[in-house]
Write a protein of this length. Structure first.
Length: 111
């Protein structure tokens, strides 16, 4: 589930939640599932795509830090900021930073 709202033309906030029955969770970690980092990054890309109104072309991952776990079913916010070919992101749950980083994107996504 993903929802969002624009704050300025260059930044955006949305919320997302990974359902407890997501198929990636049983193997990550059996009995004590946490949302895998790849699903967090997928949430960032999906949020940016919805915000920008076009598929996001990712060229690379400049930096990513996974700081705290996100548990299945928890709601997290994604803050995005676009500057040139850099899309900075911060994922938070209840004021705690879960992950942050920067994606390198095709500059053509800017309008």
């Amino acid at each position: 589930m993903l929802s969002g709202h624009m704050r300025t033309p260059r930044d955006h906030r949305s919320e997302f939640r990974i359902a407890p029955d997501h198929p990636a969770l049983p193997g990550h970690f059996p009995g004590h599932p946490v949302v895998p980092g790849v699903l967090l990054l997928d949430g960032v890309i999906e949020a940016a795509t919805r915000w920008l109104g076009a598929p996001l072309r990712v060229r690379g991952l400049r930096q990513a830090k996974f700081i705290a776990p996100l548990l299945p079913g928890e709601v997290a916010s994604i803050d995005l900021e676009l500057a040139g070919d850099s899309l900075d992101f911060v994922i938070q749950r209840d004021g705690t930073t879960v992950a942050k980083g920067c994606l390198l994107v095709d500059p053509a996504v800017e309008s």
